[in-house]
Design a protein around this ligand. Structure first.
Ligand code: ATP
Ligand code: MG
Length: 144
């Protein structure tokens, strides 16, 4: 039934659980998995005198971090017996990139974590997973 599965990965435990379940489903239906990850900018601040300066990582550092997250996901998928058909590194808003990847690959299912790397735990779901659930062109599975 599910032939093409887009898996949203961000390096979090929730996304790792999502990937494991996506691989199970892909094997069950002899389908493909398509991995998508968008590197996100995390700034750090340092105190300078009585003020603070925001330090932004370079573009290269952001891309490197993104490739590390993707490489880890590929390794885990292979260990679960699933060769990813696509490894998509997005550049933009993470939820928009996941939706675009699902459309481009003709996916009939998106699998994602309920939460991600974000520190704010006041909502049941993260902002990316909420947006994906709202805009998805296909079925969505949210994994704890
Ligand atoms: P918030 O980002 O709103 O602080 P959060 O980080 O806890 O909250 P989300 O970002 O919504 O939660 O993450 C939920 C799921 O969405 C993740 O488990 C992952 O499947 C997907 N996701 C989140 N960020 C990305 C990303 N940058 N690239 C690809 N998928 C992502
Ligand atoms: Mg997040």
């Amino acid at each position: 039934m599910f032939k093409d599965i887009t898996v949203a990965v961000d390096g979090s435990d929730h996304a790792r659980n999502a990937l494991e379940i996506a691989c199970d489903i892909a094997k069950l239906y002899e389908g493909n998995i398509h991995l998508v990850h968008t590197p996100e900018v995390q700034s750090t601040g340092i105190a300078v005198g009585s003020g603070a300066v925001e330090i932004l990582p370079t573009d290269a550092a952001i891309q490197d971090a993104g490739h590390d997250v993707m490489a880890d996901a590929v390794k885990r998928a292979r260990a679960a017996g699933c060769e990813p058909k696509n490894q998509i590194i997005g550049n933009g808003r993470p939820s928009t990139e996941v939706i675009a990847a699902a459309k481009d690959t003709g996916s009939d299912l998106i699998v994602m974590g309920r939460r991600g790397l974000g520190g704010v735990q006041s909502f049941l779901m993260g902002s990316t997973s909420q947006k994906i659930a709202h805009d998805a062109p296909c079925a969505v599975l949210t994994v704890k």
